[in-house]
Design a protein around this ligand. Sequence first.
Ligand SMILES: Cc1cc2nc3c(=O)[nH]c(=O)nc-3n(C[C@H](O)[C@H](O)[C@H](O)COP(=O)(O)O)c2cc1C
Length: 212
Amino acid sequence: MEIKYDTEQINSLIKNRRSIYPNQFSKGKIIPDEIIWQIVENATRAPNHKQTEPWRFNVFSGEGLTYFAELQANIYKQYSGSSFNEGRYKKLLEYPLQSSHVISIGMQRNEKNILPEIEEIEAVACAVQNMFLTVTAYGLGAYWTTAGITYFKEAKPHFGLSENDKLLGFFYMGYVEKPFDGPSKRSPVETKVEWINKNSNETDPSSILFKL
Ligand SMILES: Cc1cc2nc3c(=O)[nH]c(=O)nc-3n(C[C@H](O)[C@H](O)[C@H](O)COP(=O)(O)O)c2cc1C
């Protein structure tokens, strides 16, 4: 099979993708619209069962970031009840303004509920990874957060979502002022993988079924 891509580069891109936080972004440096469109276009190339395309994004930029900051801080203040935390409230106000763009990540349920909900969520998570890798390829930074108002039901309508849909968090983006100095820590892959490699002359599982 023909290898069409530079696999070394792709392996390195995946390995070096990092969560980069708004306090590491260059203040006031704005990502061009064309790149943002490419990021969301790549998001929509994610696999999705039965082609339901369950992702819904709102892109906040410019004055939209102030609107988003105040919106999420107000919703948090109004509905967090006894779990209200002043530090969290401040971050919800400040982080968007330290970013170039913020994208809300929504899962919109197919009208006919033709799939288990988890599959729609899985497809959106794949879309977010596409955004992450695109951001990394352009030398930009981003992080996905589920802190704050993500799981507040009152937040959904503000992001074009209805009751059956899910808000899955927010994707903050910017130019990187202070990069991380290497890949993020992971356990050795062997600890997460069981490799079954039976020889063809060993028992075929289907023949066991027949004997049961
Ligand atoms: C669904 C999801 C939600 C996350 N939410 C937060 C968050 O609320 N706050 C945070 O600091 N990081 C959050 N992260 C980022 C993780 O902490 C980060 O991916 C992890 O530390 C590994 O670092 P890396 O992305 O640089 O490999 C989230 C990641 C995912 C996938």
